[in-house]
Each structure stands twice: as C-alpha cells, then as structure tokens.
Design a protein around this ligand. Structure first.
Ligand code: SF4
Length: 456
C-alpha cells in the first residue's frame, strides 16, 4: 500500500467519531514558551496559555481551555475556524489529501482512538507529538517571520519601528511580552511537566528562534544522555546558519544519543524556500556558503536524515526549480547505508504560506505566473520514481500538486488583491531600505509585477 492509499484507508475509521475529527487537535501541539502561547496543530493561530492554568497543572501548556472547546467542536462535527488551512484543501474535492487526513493516519493507534472516543471531552491528553520553542533568540530575521520568534527581527523593529506603510505584518512589538529564558514561568512549567509527558511522548521537536542558540536545548540533550528515552524521536528545527562549533557540538550529541540507543531517532529540519541569492534575500542572515559547510559536515559526519521545510510563498514561484535541482543533487550524494534502505535521507515538504498577504502567491496574476507553477510540477513529475532514492516520490509530487491546484483555484476579491499588491510594493520597498537589499535585481521575474503594484 502506498502512502496515499494508507491515508485514505483511515478516513472511514476517523469518520466514526465525526467527519471533521482531527487527532492532531489532541495529540499534536506547538508551544512557544517565550510568549506563553500554543496551537494544535501549527496551522491555526496560536493562542495565549493562561498563567493560572499552568500554575495548577503544567499540562495546560497544551491542554488549554480554549483548545478543549475546539476539540468539543470537532467531536460535534463542527469545523473550528482556525483549521481553515485544511478546510480549504478539502473543499477542492474528496481526492485531495489534507493535513487532517494525513495526520489522522499517522497518529492513529487503537488506544489513542478509544481514549478520545470514550473519554470526557475536556480530559487532559499527554500528546504524542510536541513542538517546543524555548526562546526567540535567533540570528536570522526571515521576512515573513515575526519578532516574537526572532530576536534579530525584534531588534530591527526596536531600531527602525514597525513597518507602518503596510496593512499586513507591521510587526509592532508593543502588544506582547517576550520572556527571558532564565526567568520565564512557562519554561519553569515545561520542566515541571517534562518528567510526566516524556513517559508517553513519541516525538519532540525543538523549534525557535534558533534552538542551537538556547540553553534549554543543550540542557535537554544532556538530560537525555543521563535519562534515556529509547522510544523518543527527537527533532530539531535549525537554520543551520550558526557557527560551525555549534554544528560540531550537535553532531557529537546526536551521534552519541542515537548510537547508544538513548533515543529512538534524531532528525534535523531546516527551512529553505528557494536557492541562491533569492534564498538569502528571503531569510536575512542566511549565508549560503556557511550553510553549505554546516550541511555537508552534518551529512558526512552523521548517517541521519535532514528535511527541508519549504514554505511556498510568492518569492518561491519564479525560482523554485533551483532548489528542486539541488535536492536531486544532494539525494545522489547522501543516502542511507546500507543503500537498500527505502527512505530518502534528504527530504522536503511544501506547505504553502497563508500570511502575511504580501507573501501570499495568490496575489500574483494567474495568467503570468501559473506557467511557472506548471513547469515546477512538470519538473517534479519527470523526476518522480518511487523505486529510486535519487528521485522524487509520488507523495512529494501529490503534495506539490495540491499547492499548484490551490493557487490555480484561489481567487481573491479585487479589494483583497489591491490590498495585497499595495502591501507588496510598500513592504519590499521598506525592506530594501532597511536591509540594504535590492528586490528587482534579486527577483527579475517579479520586477514587472513589483512596478505595477506601485500603482494599486
Ligand atoms: S484540522 Fe488541519 S489545521 Fe486543524 S489541527 Fe488538524 S491538521 Fe491542523
């Protein structure tokens, strides 16, 4: 059974609870300790974790009263508005594989299913998957990121003020508090919850900021060395743009934890939306020379996998193929040993970006830009072969097909287009001014669009 068939097999099983039921709402969570926020999964907007709830029970880092009410809505067949990402895909037709369907298949076990089906709607759940951010310290300030998640971005806003010429993504910083890692009550609650939640946890993913710059990441790696969790898969989202010393330290820790079977598995995830100068433009702070040094060092010195998180956005549309070509190149270089292992070591996923609006591919005129998308899809198709590890898989093709279909079928109102395009021009004009970049030279395929946006 291939992956798509496996996902479809679980649809009728999950429908027994409700046609909108999603196990990720119970078992997947992302928690931002620096601001005290959480969401399940990572698509809905994060919401605040009440401090009084974690004082009573640290599991409220995940089981907030707001989330419990969203679960109740799903149990009753409702569609929580925060999950619009999935409803958009499902509205395209039954054949489309939404993240909800994919996760239901991935998370399902008879025990978890029974607990949710028969337990009270407001029960506390020890999730099987946690994504945790210990702090916002980061050496990058990717344009679509936020000062909540990047100290460099926070500093830029402190120095230059918010982006006042746009309606979307002004990045004001006066309405939220970023806690210092050392004195953060949410970090304290995390370490109180850890002995309990780690007993049943399957996957822990550390995100940022940049995790390799945070003390808690290293504390956790050392803790696992002393108190092994042989069933745990540990993932780290790193920008891989840090000093080589930190990558070498990571290699040492990861190799040791895996070789001594102190954890089940270790995976690195890294963000990259395209390749070359455009990639450096999107992710300010990225130096591809340093990045490649770190990437090759890691791939040579560990036998572990690495996944690219490609957030498909407006700046990816004209030059995505450059990254696809690099992925094929790396797939040739790095495979599991022995080579009969049927999984890629270099992996990627292509979620599409929803906001801010000026980064949303759907503000582009379709007649001019859909041909780029068809061409990328064709490139993937020509290089798809499930029996070869140096090619793309059918699931990767399917996932990108849904991005193309989504762009093809999403039509915004004239008002929304006008707003997005106006913000596009004003945003990148200000961005170039602050960051010393040059949009038109970096994205010649978008230069005409940029100019026309000036007249919206
Ligand atoms: S329905 Fe979709 S957006 Fe909502 S929790 Fe599930 S996977 Fe995430």
């Amino acid at each position: 059974m291939n992956n798509v068939d496996k996902i479809k097999k679980f649809i009728p099983i999950m429908n027994e609870i409700s046609p909108t039921f999603c196990m990720a709402k119970w078992h997947h969570t992302t928690i931002y300790l620096q601001t005290g926020e959480t969401h399940s999964c990572y698509h809905p907007r994060p919401h605040k974790i009440p401090l009084n709830e974690i004082e009573i029970d640290p599991s409220a880092l995940h089981n907030t009263s707001q989330k419990k009410h969203e679960r109740l809505e799903m149990l009753n067949g409702g569609k929580p508005s925060g999950c619009q990402y999935c409803w958009n895909i499902e509205d395209l037709g039954e054949d489309y594989v939404s993240d909800r369907k994919e996760r239901n298949a991935a998370i399902h076990t008879p025990e978890r299913f029974e607990q949710i089906k028969t337990g009270p709607w407001d029960q506390n759940i020890n999730p099987e998957y946690i994504e945790i951010s210990f702090g916002n310290e980061c050496n990058f300030k990717c344009g679509y990121c936020h000062p909540k998640h990047s100290s460099s971005y926070h500093k830029e806003i402190k120095d230059f003020g918010p982006y006042t010429t746009v309606k979307n993504h002004r990045n004001d910083i006066d309405w939220f508090k970023v806690y210092e890692e050392d004195t953060n009550p949410y970090v304290e609650a995390w370490w109180r919850w850890w002995p309990e939640v780690s007993k049943t946890l399957n996957i822990l993913r550390i995100t940022g900021g940049e995790p390799l710059l945070q003390k808690s990441t290293w504390r956790l790696l050392e803790d696992l060395d002393k108190n092994p969790l042989p069933n745990l898969e540990l993932n780290i989202n790193s920008n891989f743009g840090v000093k080589p010393l930190l990558i070498d330290r990571l290699i040492f820790r990861a190799n040791r934890l895996v070789a001594d079977k102190k954890i089940k598995d270790f995976k690195i995830f890294t963000s990259m939306d395209t390749w070359g100068k455009p990639a450096e433009y999107i992710r300010t702070g990225l130096d591809l020379e340093l990045w490649e040094r770190n990437f090759h060092q890691y791939m040579k010195d560990t036998g572990l996998p690495l996944t690219f998180m490609i957030t498909f956005n407006i700046l990816t549309v004209t030059n995505f193929q450059r990254l696809l070509e690099k992925i094929l190149e790396w797939r040739k270089m790095y495979q599991f040993k022995p080579r009969d292992e049927l999984y890629h070591r270099v992996r990627f996923d292509t979620p599409y970006l929803k906001e801010p609006l000026q980064y949303d591919m759907n503000i582009l005129p379709k007649e001019d830009f859909m041909p780029y998308m068809y061409s990328h899809l064709e490139f993937i198709k020509e290089n798809t072969d499930d029996s070869r590890l140096d090619k793309f898989s059918n699931l990767e093709y399917e996932k990108f097909r849904r991005v193309v279909d989504y762009m093809e079928t999403t039509v915004y109102s004239n008002e929304k287009l006008k707003e997005g395009r106006k913000d596009f021009y004003n945003w990148f004009t200000e961005y170039d001014h602050r960051r010393g970049t040059n949009f038109n030279l970096t994205f010649p395929g978008l230069a005409r669009f940029y100019r026309t946006c000036n007249h919206e």
